[in-house]
Design a protein around this ligand. Sequence first.
Ligand code: SF4
Ligand code: FES
Length: 322
Amino acid sequence: MSEEIQKFTVTIDGESIQVAPGTTILNAARQIGGKIVPPAMCYYSSLKGSGGKCRTCLVEVSKGSEKDPRPMPKLVASCSTTVMDGMEVKNITSPKVLNARKGVVEFLLLNHPLDCPICDQAGECHLQDLAFEHGVAKTRYEFKRREFDKIDIGDYIKLHMTRCILCYRCVYTANQLTDSREHGVLKRGDAAEIGTFLEKNLNNDFIGNVIDVCPVGALTDKTFRFRSRVWYTNPVDANCECNKCSGKAVLWMIGDEVARVTARKDQYGEVKEFICNECRFDKKEVAKWNIEGPRKISRHSVISANHYEQPIPEHTTLLNKA
Ligand code: SF4
Ligand code: FES
């Protein structure tokens, strides 16, 4: 006789769902979907140990559970707090949360340069989206910002430490996806930085994935740097025969040229199937790929600007269609 697992009911911003015990508030919100899903800059569902660092996912627990309805005294990180039966959570309906998130964004931007006009990540940057939604127009910070030289870490990856928000995603990716640990967060507090052990290069077969998991433009693809703004490229889904990875990727095309290859990300910006370095950096000829078709891009993303999938408004005349 199969034992039925008792599910917990949790209500987030007025929407209820039943989830398995042990589910985090963030993942329960993701199961509901839409605007109530808290932003996450450090949590990454496929990386063990991720989450709990950036505080962008803070929520208010207005009712702890059916058994103990007391609210939680402080805002909690939704990526690392598990649901209880009867729990009630407020995200976008809580002025406290929105105010705290504003503060978190201000902290994340303290040392972050205003690089967006030249940064390769612009248009795909989670910090840019977060700043747009929750940021303030001016900084109150009066001290000297952290300065770093740009560092080549291996043949394919450039590190701009000034842009790093110390989310640890790249460290977990390298630890969990590749055979040897070659980089990590060195030092502590405001001296903390991403560093490689004794200037070692990052050259494992899957190390290119650190570029995809980085939520900002701190780790960039040297084969694509400054080649184009992402919204001038046409992304297509493609696959290839590969004996190291699934071979499922996105080709970012400029005309007939493959300008960049990335793994495929879901609606939360997470890669579900990581790709190997060979697919990412060495297969830049269309002939090496089977093209599946245009990549679906959210119409709210700047990447969809001037995109061929955008419907032409009905009132557009033939003259301005040309
Ligand atoms: S380099 Fe990117 S992925 Fe790595 S810790 Fe910094 S922000 Fe996170
Ligand atoms: S996503 Fe929860 S603390 Fe960063």
